[in-house]
Design a protein around this ligand. Sequence first.
Ligand SMILES: O=C(O)C(=O)C[C@]1(C(=O)O)C=C[C@@H](O)C=C1
Length: 94
Amino acid sequence: MNLKDLRCEIDQIDEQITQLLEQRMNLVLDIAKTKKIQKIEVVDLSREQLVLDRIAQKVQNPEYRSTIVNTYQDIMKNSRAYQQDFLKENKKTD
Ligand SMILES: O=C(O)C(=O)C[C@]1(C(=O)O)C=C[C@@H](O)C=C1
């Protein structure tokens, strides 16, 4: 396959990943709202470790494991930041 075709395939995969990340963020927002009501801390490092362990097990090619686990660390770092911003903004209107 040539570079153009390979990039075209990447573009298609990126569209799917983006849709899935949006679905994930919808759930992250619901979690933030639930945590607000239940007065639970946003950061839950034990849950994050469970997610990372699960992802590490799911990766089929061991060559890619650390790259994908690192990507998930970033996803959750950004998810946390989003929840914290959401709760901060919410506080102003309380
Ligand atoms: O499961 C939660 O409690 C979440 O808030 C979601 C999530 C995640 O993005 O997976 C984000 C922040 C927490 O530290 C743990 C996990």
